[in-house]
Design a protein around this ligand. Structure first.
Ligand SMILES: Cc1cc2nc3c(=O)[nH]c(=O)nc-3n(C[C@H](O)[C@H](O)[C@H](O)COP(=O)(O)OP(=O)(O)OC[C@H]3O[C@@H](n4cnc5c(N)ncnc54)[C@H](O)[C@@H]3O)c2cc1C
Ligand code: SF4
Length: 487
């Protein structure tokens, strides 16, 4: 146990952020660099090592949280990093981006504020990188088996790293020009600087994983031929089809799905453009969708110099406290103030968009909305509540409807889909096609990074067993595959 009295003597303290005015002027991560170090050991000491650590179950990776809390409390950072990597390939991603379902399940959270598990995680891994403790782990011998991984998001990267370390020869195919999936193109720099992806890729290359960018499987390379060329295939192609909003005026210029807008801001940070082709600069911006993708649009628009930012959500405002129907240790749907929301903008709940109207040049200029109430399974507009707000840039961040079926990948392999439009798989992540497996959002629908890594590890274990014909020694979380958890 870390500090036997820590939970009684120390209050919860989280990572300090930079002043809003300062961080709105740049794209760096919002946190004070090194700000956690003075407080984190004491925070780790709040862990009670409570005997049945529900946080293990709350974390889809089954992270060994009380063990690394204990090492962090004792400032044995090397041992903490070893325990952290035992279950998680990329704690620098989850430590920055995870909504931390582990903290919702922390036993201390029953009657106090939970342990700052995510902050401890990111401190351990950042210190490990700084100390040079994160080194390549190439396999001792090669199996002679080959695996193609399609997609380089967290699921594909986790599967590839596990399979490479098991001795298989792995090539990752990515249609984008850079590796990383939504970590690279989607999630803004101010939530996670891309240097964290780059150094992991270097580590993976040194271990032997091969990367091929700019190759869309199904279009540039026939998926069936690829499957014949490799002993196994892992599809980790994400759930990238955005939900649209077919209302009058949708065709006006200036209305974009969020994933047409956010990656351009990422590309500016990568040095591809001086200015983004779609920008919020000098515009009244409306973001439709109240989730994390919407929050990323809010933070991006502020940094680009928007005149105003309004975020619309059709659902009512969530509760501030855990509702009775979502008891501990479940992850409740609560009102969240993300770093992007701290930076400004207005959030409007329980409204629906009726139509857009535009100017003489076909540019969107106004959004017409109405308040709604959820009754009998549908959103009922409330008469007399219609109003018009200025909207010169509109981003649609209303979720995703499944994996891309348009590029040939699904059809060329003859893959079956489930009722929700995801690639169907069994409990071993195997699709209906022999030797073809699926992991991450492509199989479970748009979810979380922690789930993508967990599924990548689980699929790698299944592939390893398939290739070798014996049970795999690779570690993988013991979790069901069928629990959707959306952002
Ligand atoms: C804007 C945004 C913000 C988010 N923020 C968070 C967050 O803060 N925290 C969190 O936990 N989750 C967040 N999520 C969700 C999270 O990013 C995803 O759940 C996660 O990235 C899924 O990982 P994946 O590997 O399954 O797929 P992805 O990350 O989507 O990667 C799939 C990759 O496959 C490639 N690909 C697709 N088809 C092909 C093909 N035919 N050939 C070659 N390559 C192909 C794609 O180009 C892509 O790079 C966010 C999602 C979005 C959209
Ligand atoms: S990966 Fe997420 S759920 Fe797991 S320990 Fe880290 S913050 Fe918690």
């Amino acid at each position: 146990m870390a500090d036997p009295k820590g939970f009684l003597t120390t209050g919860r303290e989280t990572a300090p952020t930079r002043p809003v005015e300062e961080r709105r002027q740049d794209w760096n991560e919002v946190y004070v660099p090194g700000g956690l170090l003075p407080i984190i050991s004491k925070q780790a000491g709040r862990c009670m090592d409570c005997g049945i650590p529900f946080c293990h179950n709350g974390c889809p990776l089954g992270n060994l949280i009380p063990e690394w809390n204990d090492y962090a409390y004792r400032e044995d950072w090397q041992a903490a990093s070893e325990r952290l990597h035992a279950t998680n390939n990329f704690p620098e991603f989850t430590g920055r981006l995870c909504p931390a379902p582990c903290e919702s399940a922390c036993v201390l959270g029953i009657n106090q504020l939970p342990v700052t598990i995510k902050n401890v995680e990111v401190t351990i891994i950042d210190k490990a990188w700084d100390a040079g403790d994160v080194t390549p782990q190439p396999p001792e011998r090669l199996s002679g088996k080959t695996v193609a991984v399609i997609g380089s998001g967290p699921a594909g990267l986790a599967a590839a790293q596990q399979l490479t370390r098991a001795g298989h020869t792995v090539a990752v195919y990515e249609r984008a020009d850079r590796i990383g999936g939504l970590l690279r193109y989607g999630i803004p720099e101010f939530k996670m600087e891309k240097r964290h992806i780059n150094r992991r890729i270097e580590q993976m290359r040194a271990e032997g994983t091969k990367f091929r960018t700019g190759v869309q499987i199904g279009t540039d390379l026939d998926a069936g031929k690829l499957a014949k060329r490799y002993d196994a295939v892992v599809i980790a192609a994400g759930a990238t089809i955005s939900r649209d909003l077919p209302v009058p005026g949708r065709e006006l210029k200036g209305i974009h799905v969020a994933m047409d807008y956010l990656p351009l801001a990422n590309k500016v940070q990568e040095g591809d453009f001086v200015a983004p082709p779609i920008t919020a600069e000098g515009k009244h911006v409306v973001v439709i969708g109240g989730g994390d993708t919407g929050a990323d649009c809010v933070g991006t628009a502020h940094r680009q110099g928007a005149l105003s930012v309004t975020q619309l959500e059709i659902m009512p405002r969530p509760a501030d406290e855990r509702p009775a129907g979502q008891p501990w240790p479940t992850m409740p749907a609560l009102y969240k103030v993300t770093s992007a929301h701290e930076e400004g903008g207005e959030r409007v709940y329980a409204v629906n968009t009726m139509k857009f109207t535009g100017d003489a040049d076909g540019n969107v200029s106004e959004l017409h909305l109405v308040e709604v109430v959820f009754e009998d399974g549908r959103f009922v507009p409330q008469e007399g509540t219609e109003r018009v707000i200025p909207a010169q840039l509109v981003t649609l961040a209303m979720g995703f409807t499944g994996t891309d079926r348009s590029n040939g990948l699904v059809d060329q392999l003859g893959l079956e889909l489930d009722a929700r439009g995801n690639i169907a798989r069994d409990g071993s992540y195997a699709t209906n096609v022999d030797g073809v497996f699926v992991a991450g959002d492509a199989g479970r629908g748009q979810s979380l990074i922690v789930w993508a890594i967990a599924e990548g590890r689980s699929a790698a274990k299944a592939v390893d067993a398939y290739l070798t014909g014996v049970p795999s020694a690779l570690h993988a979380p013991i979790r069901p595959t069928d629990r959707p958890l959306t952002v």
